[in-house]
Each structure stands twice: as C-alpha cells, then as structure tokens.
Design a protein around this ligand. Structure first.
Ligand SMILES: [Zn+2]
Length: 102
C-alpha cells in the first residue's frame, strides 16, 4: 500500500485491551478516529511522525475513556474532547519528566 510508512503501528495495548490501528488514506479534515465497537483507531497514514504520535495519543485517550466507562456516561462529548486534547501535550510532558528519573 502506498500509504505505508515505517513508523506506522498496527496495534497497541491500552489497559490490557488490544486496539487495532488502521493506517488509512486522508479523509478531509479527519486525522484520526476511535471506534469503540471494533476497538479500532484509524489514523491518517500521510501524517509525519510527530503529528502521527500526537493524533495517536489523542485517539488512545478516547479508547481509554471508553474502556473505563468514563466516556459517554460520566462526561459530555465536549469534556471528553478536551481531555483528549489535553493529553496530546500532557503525555509528552510526563514522558519527558519521568525519563529524567534515574
Ligand atoms: Zn477527539
């Protein structure tokens, strides 16, 4: 497939649950999406690595919120979106911080 890049993932494990990753051709402004029914994340396969990681973090947060039952029942869609957007930066900051602990 012409969209395939070396850094693309095919699956990840979140909270013990396998999440399938589909790397798909661009579809307008949608860079990524999570489908709870199929436990699948679709990512725009043309994204450069840094943006691919950011969108992956965003969609994995949607997955985690769905898996824990927080999404759809305990928070509004707007709050869910805010949490996912927050995590795009927060996860990287936390990773950078803990990587300095020896
Ligand atoms: Zn979102």
């Amino acid at each position: 497939m012409k969209w395939k890049k070396s850094y693309h993932l095919n699956q990840v494990i979140v909270l013990g649950q396998k999440i399938k990753i589909e790397n798909v051709p661009p579809r307008g402004e949608v860079l990524g999406e999570f489908c709870h029914m199929s436990m699948t994340i679709r990512l725009d396969a043309t994204l450069p690595p840094a943006q691919y990681k950011t969108v992956l973090i965003h969609e994995l947060t949607h997955a985690a919120l769905a898996l824990t039952g927080i999404a759809n029942y305990q928070i509004t869609e707007a709050v869910e979106e805010q949490l996912c957007t927050l995590n795009e930066i927060l996860i990287k900051d936390i990773f950078n911080a803990v990587s300095k602990v020896n």
